[in-house]
Ligand binder design. Structure first.
Ligand code: ATP
Ligand code: MG
Length: 427
C-alpha cells in the first residue's frame, strides 16, 4: 500500500533579479520581468509504500528539502499531486516549528499539538520526551538560548515520541554529538521495526545505507536513480567523484587539458639533443641537477584521461614524462604518497621494486608509468612526490609533493589506509 504518492510534481521558485536602484531604472525597467523562474522540482513522481525507509541523496540545492517540505505541506506544488496517508511527523530545518522566546517545555506542547496530540497525550509523554532529549536542566529556558545540538535533541525527541506513521527527516541529525546520533539511529531503527514509513535526507551515506531499504538520488530537481541503496549510492558517489575531478582539473589548469596520452608507443623516443647547463631554481618544491628531467607528471584513470578525484579502491595511474640531458647509467625512478599533514603513506622506487633501467642516452624523451590497480586509501587529499636519481640517491630531478589528488569513500571507516580485513565471531 502506498502511503506517499507524488505524481508529476513541479515546484518553481521566483528568483528575484537585482533591484533597480534609481528612479530612472525603475521607470525604464517597469515592464521588464524582475525575476527568473527556477525549477526546484521538475516533474517528479514517486511512490513510497507503508513501512519503507527511503533515503534521499543529492548535491546541495538539488531539491531534497523542497520535496520534504511539499510532503509536509509547508509548500504547495505548482502542478501535480501529493497524497499522504497517515499521521505525519517531520523534522525539517533546525528550529523550524519552535518559537525562540518560549521555553523548551512550552515548545514541546506547541509542537506536539501541531503534530496532532491532545493536551492529555502530551502530558503523558512529556517526561519521556524530556528524558530522551537529555535537556532536563535547560527545559525551562527559552530555546533561543539553545545550541544547534540542543535544538535538534528537542525537535527529534518530539518528532519520534508522537509515534508517527510517516516520519520525514531533513539532515538535522548531523548536528547532534556522536552519542546522541547513535540514540537517534536506534530510535529510527525501532520506528522502522514497528512499520513507520521514514523518508530521510542525509549526507551521511554510511547511515543512509544502514537504515534505508531504498535510496532516491535527486539531481537538479529530477529523480535520477531510485533503488537498492548500495547501487544508488555507488552511482551517486561516482558522479560526485567525477564532478569533483572536473572541478579540480579546471582549477589546476587554466589552459585546456590535453586529452589522451599515448603510452602504448615505445617507452623511449629519440629526440634532438637538449642542452641545459644552468638551472635557475624557481620552485622550492623541486631540486636536482636535471641530468634527467621530469617534464610532466599526470595523474589519470585507466584510460589515461587526467583525473584528480577518485573513489577509494579505484584504479589510479601516475604518468611521469621525462627527458635526458646527459647519458645516464642506472637511473632510479621513485614515487611517494603523503597526506596533506605530511604523513608518508607509501613510497617506493624502481630499485626497490627490482626494475632495472641500465642506460638512457642523452636526448631521450620517455615516460615511466606508476600503476596502482586499487587506490586503497581513506577519504582525504593526498600529495604525490616523484623523483629520478642515481643509484646513490643523488637527485636528478625531485618533485616534492607537487601533485595532488582526492579520495572519497563510501564507508565510515577511518584512517589513511584501507586495510583488507575480515571480522570473525567465535564463541
Ligand atoms: N523559497 C525559495 N525561494 C527561492 N529558491 C528556493 C527556495 N527554496 C529552495 N529554493 C531553491 O531550490 C533549489 C533546491 O533547494 P533545496 O533546499 O530543496 O535543496 P537541497 O537538495 O535540500 O539542498 P541541501 O543539500 O543544500 O540542503 C535550490 O537551488 C534553492 O536555492
Ligand atoms: Mg536541504
Amino acid at each position: 500500500m502506498n502511503v506517499i504518492s507524488v505524481t508529476n510534481v513541479t515546484k518553481s521558485f521566483k528568483v528575484f533579479k537585482e533591484r533597480a536602484s534609481t528612479l530612472k531604472d525603475r521607470i525604464v525597467n517597469r515592464r521588464k520581468n524582475k525575476f527568473d523562474v527556477f525549477l526546484g522540482l521538475d516533474n517528479v513522481s514517486l511512490d513510497i509504500k507503508k513501512g519503507e525507509t527511503v533515503g534521499l541523496v543529492g548535491r546541495n540545492g538539488s531539491g531534497k528539502s523542497t520535496l520534504l517540505k511539499l510532503l509536509t505541506g509547508i509548500l504547495y506544488p505548482d502542478t501535480g499531486e501529493i497524497n499522504m496517508q497517515g499521521k505525519v511527523s517531520s523534522l525539517l530545518e533546525l528550529g523550524a516549528g519552535f518559537h525562540p522566546d518560549f521555553t523548551g517545555r512550552e515548545n514541546i506542547f506547541m509542537n506536539a499539538a501541531i503534530l496532532g496530540l491532545s493536551k492529555k497525550e502530551i502530558k503523558s509523554k512529556l517526561d519521556q520526551i524530556i528524558t530522551f532529549s537529555e535537556l532536563k536542566n535547560y527545559i525551562e529556558n527559552p530555546v533561543r538560548s539553545y545550541s544547534s545540538g540542543m535544538y535538534m535533541r528537542l525537535a527529534f525527541s518530539v518528532a519520534i515520541m508522537v509515534e508517527p506513521e510517516i516520519l520525514l527527516i531533513d539532515e538535522v541529525l548531523a548536528v547532534g554529538d556522536a552519542a546522541f546520533q547513535q540514540k537517534c539511529m536506534d530510535q529510527l531503527l525501532r520506528l522502522k521495526s514497528v512499520g513507520t514509513t521514514i523518508v530521510f535526507v542525509s549526507h551521511d551515506l554510511g547511515a543512509m545505507e544502514k537504515l534505508c531499504d531504498r535510496v532516491i538520488w535527486i539531481n537538479k530537481g529530477k529523480v535520477t536513480e531510485d533503488g537498492q541503496p548500495r547501487k544508488v549510492i555507488d552511482k551517486y558517489l561516482s558522479y560526485l567523484a567525477e564532478e569533483e575531478n572536473k572541478r579540480l582539473i579546471e582549477e589546476s589548469s587554466p589552459e585546456p587539458v590535453t586529452t589522451e596520452i599515448d603510452v602504448t608507443q615505445d617507452n623511449i623516443v629519440k629526440q634532438e639533443e637538449i642542452q641545459k647547463d644552468v638551472i635557475h631554481e624557481v620552485d622550492e618544491n623541486r631540486w636536482g641537477n636535471r641530468y634527467v628531467e621530469l617534464t610532466d607528471v599526470i595523474i589519470t584513470d585507466i584510460n589515461n584521461i587526467p583525473k584528480l578525484g577518485f573513489l577509494s579502491g579505484e584504479y589510479l595511474k601516475i604518468i611521469i614524462n621525462y627527458k635526458t640531458n646527459q647519458n645516464i647509467e642506472n637511473p632510479v625512478f621513485g614515487c611517494g604518497i603523503h597526506t596533506i599533514d605530511n604523513i608518508h603513506c607509501y613510497g617506493t622506487n624502481t630499485f626497490i621494486d627490482k626494475l632495472k633501467i641500465p642506460y638512457l642516452e642523452k636526448g631521450l624523451i620517455g615516460k615511466m608509468v606508476f600503476e596502482i590497480p586499487s587506490i586503497n586509501l581513506g577519504a582525504g587529499t593526498y600529495l604525490i612526490t616523484v623523483a629520478v636519481h642515481d643509484i646513490n640517491g643523488n637527485q636528478y630531478d625531485y618533485h616534492d609533493k607537487k601533485y595532488s589528488f582526492k579520495v572519497s569513500s563510501i564507508t565510515n571507516d577511518v584512517g589513511i589506509v584501507k586495510i583488507k580485513h575480515e571480522w570473525l565471531h567465535e564463541k
